[in-house]
Design a protein around this ligand. Sequence first.
Ligand code: TRP
Length: 455
Amino acid sequence: MRSNDSQFKSKIGLIAATAGSAVGLGNIWRFPAETQANGGAAFLLIYAVCVLLLGIPVMLGEFSIGRAGGSDPIGCYHRLSPDKKWWMIGTTGIIASYLILCFYTVVAGWTLEYLTQSVTGSLYGEVSADVSANSATFSGIMTENISSAWSPIINTLILVLITFLIIIAGVQKGIERVSNILMPLLFVLLIVFCVVSLTLPGAGKGVSYFLNPDFSKVTMSTVVNALGQAFFSLSLGMGALMTYAAYFPKSTRLGRTAVTVSIFDMAVAIMMGLIIFPAIMSFGLEGEQFEGASLVFVTMPEIFAKMGGTQIWSIMFFTLLLLAALTSVISVAEVAVRMFQDRFKFSRLKAALCVIIPLIAISPLCSLANGPLHDFRILGMDLFTLFDTVATNILLPIGALLMCIYLGWFAPKGLMYGQLSNHGTFRARYAGLVLFIIKWIAPLILLTILVSQFL
Ligand code: TRP
């Protein structure tokens, strides 16, 4: 049972697990695509400002509520403000986490398929000597990999099963131990790719695309996208970090933890940019049409096909993606698992089953939404896009907004300062600034962003 499993064991493990939640497909798959769609370096800069100015304070808010409440998101609000309805914010979080879980496991399943095909070599079976034909080849493979009926479902379910096994192993023996192994591995892989990509001939052009801002391309939607990306990437807005913070020991310094995790998360995104853009330029692929998923699932295989040691690079790359995805999936799943444990006093196994069994039914529907069920639409979107949009663009900002309003205006006095200073054991000089941002700036910006989506 949880009694002796209610905290992370070591400082490093705590950071690894929390960074594991933050670093995910959001950094590796979504970030480069968003950067490209929003004009390169200017997006990067605005994203970095969003992380520092809003991301870190909101993360500190989640940490504070989580550690003070010591429960799942619903339970945290309930304990901190009993007799009030604030626990409903937690409900938004649980719903968002479930929606994210449904489509995120599907994308994670793709990475597994790509890894398998890299190992067997079938991904590169049809590579032609006429390299210009390869883009079409890999696009075709991608379409087949994600839109066929069975194989993506099977991969998704394998991933769900792995998540289940790690979750039921517990916080220390499951989540913490796995993060301790996977996160360093992920970092090593990233560094290897950075070195390789930056030493390719012509890499400089890619670096300057990525790092020289062109502000003429900045519009309101660039800012909205940068903020959305920052929140998604830092796992904010639905209580994932709140749930993890409930496992933080009393002595953990929340400020340091939030800064470390955010810098780490941003570093991974930036390294990913330094991998992808130089490689694209160096291999002369910049004229091709990239969007979203195709950047890692089409462009990267195309690049590997042109390099010596194709399969090895490909295996390493998709391992990287899979590791990043897995530690994030675990954190999203943990939110609902903890909820079942705390609300209904279920054992961890029973709670995990309650989360996983419906997932086994719903994830495949999200998977099929890219194939046979593509024409089944709600609000004009297929199921996969619907879940993504509702969770990422609507529920996450709403959850974060309500949390800031709660913390800034309605939470018990001194709650956040007490958490930031570990009840006065040291002076948290930045606390005033953080509270000011949570009380005034974050709600205003979040509200603007939410409203702007409906205009
Ligand atoms: N941050 C993860 C990523 O970048 C995804 C993720 C994990 C997430 N937990 C979350 C996103 C909670 C939003 C909320 O891929």
